[in-house]
Write a protein that binds this ligand. Structure first.
Ligand code: RB5
Length: 149
């Protein structure tokens, strides 16, 4: 699995922790920034990661900001992206099984690194269940198409 990672300054430290975890597990990723704790705008990194995932260059993405909210809102503007904010493992599992979430977002200021890594682990292992959930996810895509120019 190839992952794309991104954060603003508010998520930079947690992104570094997640990279350590991915390195330990031998999971391939590209870090699309930000690369330090200086103030940066989360939509810039949301766009980079979301576009790369939507184009199929990476299977999934992980985005982190202070709350996980702004970076997820921005990522969800890119057609084909289903970014899910998860701060517990139950949500992380069902974001994959029911929603086929292709981007996970988290907030460094909300949860600690231990829980964040368990969430990443759960989300990476879980797969989309399909069936009735596929029909529902397809309806999300239909809404997206209706509003695209
Ligand atoms: C940056 O201060 C902060 O607003 C950002 O990281 C994020 O929490 C926005 O949703």
């Amino acid at each position: 699995m190839k992952l794309a990672l991104g954060s603003d300054h508010g998520g930079f430290n947690l992104k570094e922790k997640i990279k350590e975890y991915l390195d330990e597990k031998g999971i391939t990723y590209e870090d699309m920034g930000t690369y330090n704790s200086e103030s940066a705008d989360y939509p810039d990194f949301a766009k980079k990661v979301a576009e790369a995932v939507a184009k199929g260059e990476y299977e999934r993405g992980i985005l982190i900001c202070g709350t996980g909210i702004g970076i997820g809102i921005a990522a969800n503007k890119v057609p084909g992206i289903r970014a899910a904010l998860c701060h517990d493992t139950f949500s992380a599992r069902y974001a994959r099984e029911h929603n086929n979430a292709n981007i996970l977002t988290m907030g460094e200021r909300v949860i600690g690194p231990g829980l964040a890594i368990e969430i990443v682990d759960t989300w990476l292992k879980a797969e989309f269940s399909g069936g009735r959930h596929e029909r529902r996810v397809n309806k999300i895509t239909e809404i997206e198409k209706e509003y695209s120019i």
